[in-house]
Design a protein around this ligand. Structure first.
Ligand SMILES: NC(=O)c1ccc[n+]([C@@H]2O[C@H](COP(=O)([O-])OP(=O)(O)OC[C@H]3O[C@@H](n4cnc5c(N)ncnc54)[C@H](OP(=O)(O)O)[C@@H]3O)[C@@H](O)[C@H]2O)c1
Length: 391
């Protein structure tokens, strides 16, 4: 299809198919909207990050973004930023399809119609059941010209909201697996010590990631070995993530640091049917929420737990290990992105632990192929990130 085409569908119903955006001006403003969206990082989850720009004939009239969970949406903020300007003939550039439902705030489609905007250029679709092109269909039926981007800009807009997209499409949270390993690929010594492999700047970055997700998860092996708090301890934290421990038998000690701050900072213990009622009761009395994961093996129970967390508005999970639990997530095909800190240390030891265990594959040809691979220096460490799935 020719670059520069405009969406021509005129029939009633949702708009789902993307088209290349028309001009350089459109591309610049849409790219800016996608950039603005990222100002919502760690502030709007489990909502999507959204940015918006209002412009006419290349002149910027106003910009906005979704700044706070439950607060006004990007479109409304961008329109408000235009003040008293007449918006007739103006275009709204927005990184995500505008909503058309009454949620914590009124529908953005109505705000767009009330403002008298003539065109709307959208970065990516919203795969939620209540959206999926409906908002775009409403705008088009009211005479607004609608352009849904495809190609590189659409890919960028979707990348910003991978967690929101997976959750909307599957009901399960997006999972980011993070681990700190030595140069010889170990996450703990043969004696089980892992504190600290990565340097201070890496650990601070990991605390920032905790702020941007809805839950942080570890296995009971890690909870027992390290007695972690799993809270986000950096400046500017707006909301602590739920702490989740996978613990089939409910062995988490009542004196653990995880339970210290419960229930103010929520703790969920994922047990299996094998857990004793008395242990479940004791954990609940200590302020934990207990979920029973069902399924005949560990990866089935990972999927069951993620299904349940998904219904609790958990759209993104930071999986912090250890290797046994991470392997079960891998076997369950539930790791969407990996970020590894590679530290300048060598520990050796046959029994020292690898980042991911699980069943694994026999042949390299069966290996999971990452979609992207990036590397950056963080203090003394290298941070290697790889996306495994795209939503
Ligand atoms: N360097 C790093 O970044 C890093 C990060 C984390 C941990 N570590 C290190 O890793 C070590 C602990 O790791 P680990 O592998 O022994 O333990 P782990 O992965 O933290 O926990 C494994 C345990 O989780 C429980 N579990 C409950 N539900 C499960 C499910 N659906 N799938 C899989 N497991 C489930 C199982 O015990 P039950 O069946 O009894 O419930 C299993 O044995 C420690 O030495 C720690 O310091 C290093």
């Amino acid at each position: 299809m020719q670059e520069g085409a405009v969406h021509e569908r005129r029939s009633a119903g949702p708009i789902l198919q993307g088209m290349p955006v028309r001009t350089d001006t459109d591309r610049v403003h849409l790219a800016r909207a996608i950039e603005l969206a990222q100002r919502g990082f760690g502030r709007v989850n489990p909502n999507p990050m959204v940015g918006a720009v209002v412009a006419r004939d290349g002149d910027l009239l106003g910009e906005g973004w979704h700044d706070e969970f439950g607060g006004p949406h990007a479109e409304v903020n961008a329109i408000a930023a235009c003040g008293d300007a007449d918006l007739g003939g103006a275009t709204l550039y927005v990184s995500l399809e505008p909503c058309c439902h009454q949620g914590k705030t009124p529908p953005c489609t109505q705000a767009i119609l009330d403002a008298g905007l003539e065109r709307v250029v959208v970065g990516s679709d919203d795969p939620s059941e209540r959206a999926s092109g409906r908002g775009l269909g409403i705008l088009r039926d009211e005479g607004v010209e609608v352009v849904l981007a495809d190609g590189e800009l659409c890919a960028r807009a979707r990348l910003v909201n991978q967690a929101f997209r997976k959750h909307a499409r599957t009901g399960r949270p997006w999972v980011l697996f993070k681990s700190a390993m030595t140069l010889d690929g170990k996450v703990a010594t043969q004696a089980g010590d892992s504190q600290w492999i990565s340097g201070e700047p890496s650990r601070e970055l990991a605390h920032r990631w905790r702020c941007s997700v809805d839950a942080v998860a570890v296995g009971i092996g890690t909870a027992l070995a390290d007695d972690p708090q799993l809270t986000a301890r950096v400046e500017g934290v707006r909301r602590q993530p739920r702490r989740v421990v996978f613990d089939s038998l409910g062995r988490l000690p009542l004196s653990s640091r995880l339970l210290e701050a419960a229930p103010e900072v929520p703790v969920t213990v994922v047990v299996s049917r094998a857990a004793r009622r008395a242990d479940i009761g004791a954990l609940e009395a200590a302020g934990a929420q207990v979920l029973v994961a069902t399924g005949e093996n560990e990866s089935a129970r990972v999927r069951s737990a993620l299904d349940q967390l998904g219904t609790m508005d958990v759209a993104a999970v930071l999986l912090e290990g250890g290797p046994h639990l991470a392997g079960a997530f891998l076997d369950a095909a539930q790791i969407d992105e990996i970020r590894l800190f590679l530290a300048p240390l060598v520990v050796g030891g046959r029994a020292a632990r690898d980042p991911l265990e699980g069943k694994g594959v026999d042949r390299i040809s069966q290996a999971l192929q990452a979609l992207t691979l990036e590397c950056e220096r963080v203090g003394q460490d290298l941070m290697i990130s790889a996306r495994l799935r795209e939503w």
